[in-house]
Write a protein that binds this ligand. Structure first.
Ligand code: SAM
Length: 231
């Protein structure tokens, strides 16, 4: 269970209404039950239910079961598409071990805004589901140009370029940090492509001979990256 509260030896953890409903109403847990908690910072802790209420409850941490497992320093930068497909990208990026998810507005991006809280909640759910101890941060929507204007020079870029249809998939071995760039349904504009290619440490990468939808491309790119450089 994900909680927004510090975890540590004998630490008590209050539950909000939604968490209490899930734990006591849906999962039928009661006083004395053991629950695994994580908050994205302190690893995973075994905690005991000490108080059950309709609008809340309290757990007490007993012992740490796993240390925090930080993912590699990998960002997924993508242009938000339709709601359900954007949710999918956030969910899969979390499962695939992205450390930061960066929605960006490009020349051909349709979405003018995102519901960051909803996307962050998807990341939490995905981390819970895959047994992670870390939750990637979903950043605010940022303009492509603004993102690259303040790019940290050391961060490598894996630029997924569907124009490279005949090139082999793959990414050069390099410890990073890294960022994957995926374009919107209409792809990156010529100016954006030129900007990405001119960036220090940018590598244009093919994901195979077919043009993939942006959500498929995100998963494929994360897989290619994880196979070459993940741990
Ligand atoms: N510009 C294209 C068009 O309108 O024909 C399609 C863009 S594609 C739907 C969305 C994004 O997925 C691209 O900008 C690219 O980043 C990535 N992508 C899709 N297929 C790819 C491939 N075969 N290799 C590398 N990247 C790919």
């Amino acid at each position: 269970l994900y909680v927004e509260h510090p975890l540590g030896e004998a630490q008590t953890v209050p539950l909000d209404r939604a968490q209490a409903h899930y734990l006591f109403g849906v999962m039928r847990q009661t006083v004395g039950a053991q629950v695994l908690l994580f908050n994205g910072m302190d690893g995973e802790w075994r905690a005991e239910v000490v108080e059950v209420g309709k609008r809340g409850g309290t757990l007490r941490c007993a012992a740490q079961t796993r240390a925090l497992q930080m993912p590699p320093d990998l960002w997924l930068c993508f242009a938000p598409i339709k709601k359900a497909r954007t949710d999918f990208i956030v969910e899969k990026a979390t499962e695939m071990g992205a450390a930061r998810i960066v929605p960006m507005q490009t020349d051909f991006t349709n979405a003018g805004r995102i519901q960051r809280d909803r996307l962050q909640a998807h990341a939490v759910e995905a981390a819970e589901q895959c047994g992670g101890t870390f939750v990637p941060e979903v950043a605010e929507l940022v303009r492509f140009a603004a993102l690259l204007d303040r790019w940290e020079p050391a961060r490598r870029i894996m630029f997924c370029d569907e124009a490279l249809v005949s090139a082999p998939a793959g990414v050069r071995a390099d410890p990073g940090p890294w960022a994957i760039f995926i374009g919107p349904e209409g792809g990156f504009s010529d100016a954006e492509r030129a900007r990405l290619r001119a960036q220090d440490h940018a590598q244009a990468v093919s994901l195979g001979p077919r043009i993939l939808r942006a959500d498929t491309a995100a998963v494929a790119a994360l897989t290619v990256w994880q196979q070459a450089l993940g741990d």
